[in-house]
Design a protein around this ligand. Structure first.
Ligand SMILES: Nc1ncnc2c1ncn2[C@@H]1O[C@H](COP(=O)(O)OP(=O)(O)OP(=O)(O)O)[C@@H](O)[C@H]1O
Length: 597
């Protein structure tokens, strides 16, 4: 009921259009109720009593009714549809705006395909009902009530007979609604799953093809599609069954009226006109009542879909500005971790009691075996997630006390997998600062060693990149992402394994440029290759979520700990490679290169 109420609230946001649509509908219904009454007069007073004036007046009256009814019919259709589209527009907008506000942890769990399906399919389902569907449903209800009133007033006993099947009709409708709603919810959930399967296999199409797993992906899709089809058929079967039964109830009603009313006419206790009016009214119910099953199914679809929409809308962002959050207009770039522990939504601890301090403008290397928590550590600085315990401080402020937008404005990030938008190179670079000048964009591209290859693209900076920037190589994409981060002129620069996708020569060129650019910025460099961080001011070494060592390259080597060991392995691998390419036999047992101790 809550869902339906909220859906109605969305419609009540437009009282003028609502009044016009429902006013028009009431007019149409009232006029429809008048017609059999006029025909009754035509029969009883015109035809049977031979008054031609009644015939003429009635004809004119019915014509007048037809004119007004078509005008009202237009208003009802137009504003009904208008409400449908407007409410859908609002829901889509609210949903999308809310998705933009939701935090990383929501997207870690959500499936893109399912979200897409909520944004499109579910909004569509509610759209079909909120305007015209609901209007028709209420129309049927009013018509039913109107007919009951008119019939009871005309002939109470016959009305009782004629309307005897009515409670059954209402009972069936209510039960049908409840049943269909559950089924509709399952159908929409299934549609969400189909979208997820499709989205994932299309996004990962290169992997699918590389492993020749098309049959498996097809099978996965086929199963979901098949289930969806079956659920839909079951749903239609449920309401179509009721649909026939409702028609049967109306026919039964007409039969009863003919049987009992006919006798009353023969006995002279009722006029032919009244009998005709009775049958007319009941026939008028035929089409709407047959529609009832369909409309109730629509209502069920709509509420089930609205539930899925409200479910997202009711998810509160976990990361939001505190009410008294501070705006950080300038940043020095000091980063402090105080006893930070952290777990993702699954609750598995990923960081344990991590403490370090980076003074402004320093270059920090972050190293450690894969999965040791390096990316997680840096993701806490722009507050992608909140710590489970401890504090992350930027310029002395707990990041939870700062306005998110102002905090993130001063932080430039280049992630492992750089996402580029399917727009021009220029817009991709200027993503964080759409107002940047031509010179600034080119300067950033030059600093990221991207300018030269951009100039070789068919339209230079105006070249439109394909989806996910497929027309570029991994290294080229990475360099555009670096330019994008640099253009933001951040106080804190985070490079998460950003140089792994470029060759050594390009890496050298970028590093030279970065050396200049890193001046005055606090820079975190996450790297697999230790060579990439050996000139850092200091290096943080992580292992299994703990900060196990920190110091300069020389200090860490002297410590003979994890860092020295990792360095030794990498250097040794290089030496061996060089030796092998010279044709020497390896100095060390190559098995040493695997495993840490
Ligand atoms: N979004 C997430 N949700 C749940 N767990 C996650 C998430 N991201 C990472 N993890 C887990 O947290 C741990 C640390 O991952 P993290 O990516 O920080 O390591 P890393 O040192 O950066 O690894 P790599 O060098 O391979 O990038 C891993 O066990 C990983 O499975």
């Amino acid at each position: 009921m809550g869902t339906l109420r909220r859906l109605l609230q969305a419609i009540f946001a437009y009282p003028r259009q609502l009044a016009l649509a429902y006013g028009a509908m009431l007019t149409v219904t009232a006029l429809n109720l008048l017609v059999p009454w006029i025909v009754r007069d035509v029969i009883d007073r015109g035809l049977l009593a031979g008054e031609t004036r009644v015939l003429l007046m009635s004809a004119l009256f019915i014509l007048g009714i037809a004119v007004v009814r078509s005008a009202a019919g237009y208003a009802m259709m137009f504003y009904g549809q208008w409400l449908s589209f407007r409410v859908a527009y609002d829901l889509r907008r609210r949903l999308y705006e809310h998705l933009q506000r939701l935090s990383f942890d929501f997207f870690d769990r959500a499936q893109t395909g399912d979200l897409m399906s909520r944004l499109t399919g579910d909004v569509e389902q509610t759209q079909r009902f909120t305007g015209t569907g609901l209007l028709q449903l209420i129309n049927v209800a009013i018509l039913l009530i109107g007919i009951v009133v008119v019939l009871v007033r005309a002939n109470a006993t016959l009305a009782l007979v004629a309307l005897a099947p009515l409670p059954v009709l209402v009972g069936i409708t209510v039960r049908l609604g409840a049943r269909l709603r559950g089924m509709s919810h399952a159908v929409q959930e299934r549609l969400g799953r189909i979208s997820s399967v499709m989205q994932e296999s299309l996004t990962g199409i290169r992997v699918v093809k590389a492993f020749a797993r098309e049959p498996y992906e097809l099978q996965k899709f086929r199963e979901q599609n098949e289930q969806f089809y079956r659920q839909r058929v079951a749903l239609v079967n449920t309401w179509a069954n009721n649909f026939s039964f409702m028609s049967f109830l109306i026919a039964l009603s007409i039969g009863l009226v003919l049987l009992f009313g006919g006798r009353q006419v023969l006995a002279g206790t009722m006029t032919v006109g009244t009998l005709f009016a009775f049958i007319s009214y009941l026939s008028q119910l035929n089409a709407p009542v047959r529609q009832l099953g369909f409309l109730v199914a629509r209502a069920a679809d709509a509420t089930a879909s609205a539930e899925r929409i409200f479910e997202v809308l009711d998810t509160a962002p976990t990361i939001e500005d505190a009410p008294d959050a501070r705006e950080l207009s300038t940043m020095r770039g000091e980063v402090v971790f105080e006893h930070v522990s952290f777990a993702y939504h699954d609750g598995v601890p990923v960081l344990h009691d991590v403490s370090f301090r980076v003074p402004p403008g320093r270059v920090v290397g972050v190293v450690g075996p894969t999965g040791s928590g390096k990316s997680t550590v840096v993701s806490l600085i722009p507050r992608f997630y909140d710590v489970s315990a401890g504090r992350v401080l930027v310029d002395g402020y707990d990041v939870r006390q700062l306005k998110l937008a102002s905090l993130r404005r001063h932080i430039g990030m280049v992630l492992q997998d750089s996402f580029l938008f399917s727009t021009t190179v220029r817009e991709n670079i200027a993503f964080g600062r759409p107002d940047a000048s031509e010179e600034e964009i080119i300067a950033a591209a030059k600093a990221a060693a991207a300018h030269d290859f951009i100039m070789e693209l068919p339209h230079g900076y105006e070249t439109v990149l394909g989806e996910r920037g497929v027309t570029l190589s991994g290294g080229q994409r990475q360099r555009i992402a670096i330019a994008r981060a640099l253009l933001q002129d951040p106080r804190i620069l985070i490079l998460d394994d950003s140089l792994s996708a470029v060759d050594t020569e390009t890496e050298h060129a970028i590093r030279q440029a970065l050396n200049r650019l890193m001046e005055g910025r606090t820079t975190f460099i996450i790297a697999q290759r230790l060579l990439a961080v050996q000139h850092a001011d200091f290096i943080l070494v992580f292992d299994e979520g703990r900060l196990v060592e920190q110091g300069t390259h020389a200090e860490l080597l002297a410590k003979q700990g994890l860092y020295a060991h990792m360095y030794d392995l990498q250097l040794r691998a290089q030496e061996e490679y060089a030796a092998l390419s010279r044709g020497d036999t390896p100095k060390h047992d190559p098995r040493d290169s695997f495993g840490r101790n």
